[in-house]
Each structure stands twice: as structure tokens, then as C-alpha cells.
Ligand binder design. Structure first.
Ligand SMILES: [Zn+2]
Length: 172
């Protein structure tokens, strides 16, 4: 179902506009509308595209509508003052959405956390740890990696022991 954008205002003078022509895209997923400003007569085109309905499966089993804005905000908090660009974070949000679409429209909350962490780890270790600390499901794992790195099995998270080593270095 496409939702009508009834209140598109003129980009020039912000007056209401009316639709001159509507045309559905060949794939049926978008509608292109030619609009005209009722005040200044400016003409422009809008595209309405349906957002796919994606869901997050919480650990409790609860199904929740996936909110890209919420994920974006969490990533921004983690990357605060870190050398990570908005574009990098947007790429992560896109990847999570694509993964949810690929797996039939829903993704486990833990899987979303894993995808974000895998990408953040590549981008910046500080943002990665910051983000990991906000996830209740991975906090114990990270805490174990931080405090008892040598006890952890080697292999899966080869990055952590190396980081711990370099951090020790700065204090010595
Ligand atoms: Zn106008």
C-alpha cells in the first residue's frame, strides 16, 4: 500500500501544492507525482516509495517494528567523537535493513547487534566498544573479553586480545 503524501508544500515558498500528474513506477513500488505550487506556480516532482515493513525479534520473542531512526541514534551515540562518518553509520543501517529483507522481513535483535558490531569493529575500535557496551545481550561477552582476555578461547574475536595488549602498553 502506498501512502498518499497529502501535504507536500512548495520547496520555494512553502505554500500547498496540487498534483498535476501521478505515474506508478514500472515495478509498482513507487509513485512519481508532478506537482504545482498553488501560490507561486513552481512545478516539481516527488517520488513516494513504500518502506518495507521490517521487524525486530527481541530476546523475549516479542516482535517489534524495526525503527531505523532508533538504530541510527544508537550508532551515533557510540560513534560520538570517534573518527566515524555519518555515511559510515548510514551504511551500517542500510546493511541491517538489507539483512532483514533478505531473511524475510525480520531479524533477531542479537543478530542486528552482531552486524553492527562487525562493521563498527572494522571502522573504529572505540565506537565498537562503546556500542557493544549498550547491548545487554553482549555485555557479558565484552566484559569477559576486557577483564579476562587470556581466558577467552582464541579465534572468534582475535581483535580483542590485540587491543588489550596495546592498551596495557600505554600504561607501562
Ligand atoms: Zn510556491
Amino acid at each position: 500500500m502506498l501512502v498518499e503524501c497529502l501535504h507536500v508544500t512548495c520547496p520555494a515558498c512553502h505554500a500547498p501544492t496540487h498534483v498535476l500528474e501521478s505515474r506508478r513506477a514500472p515495478d509498482g513500488a513507487a509513485v512519481r507525482r508532478r506537482r504545482e505550487c498553488t501560490a507561486c506556480g513552481r512545478r516539481f516532482t516527488t517520488f513516494e516509495r513504500r518502506e518495507p515493513e521490517l521487524y525486530v525479534i527481541k530476546r523475549s520473542g516479542e516482535r517489534q517494528r524495526f525503527d531505523p531512526g532508533k538504530l541510527r541514534a544508537a550508532l551515533h551515540r557510540a560513534a560520538h567523537k570517534r573518527p566515524v562518518s555519518d555515511g559510515d553509520l548510514e551504511t551500517i543501517v542500510d546493511r541491517v535493513q538489507a539483512a532483514a529483507e533478505d531473511s524475510g522481513g525480520s531479524l533477531g535483535a542479537e543478530r542486528i547487534g552482531e552486524l553492527c558490531m562487525a562493521d563498527l569493529r572494522e571502522l573504529d575500535p572505540g565506537a565498537y566498544l562503546q556500542f557493544a557496551g549498550t547491548l545487554p545481550s553482549v555485555r557479558p561477552e565484552i566484559a569477559a573479553g576486557e577483564n579476562a582476555g587470556s581466558v577467552r578461547p582464541v579465534g572468534k574475536d582475535a581483535g580483542l586480545p590485540r587491543k588489550a595488549a596495546s592498551r596495557r602498553g600505554t600504561y607501562e
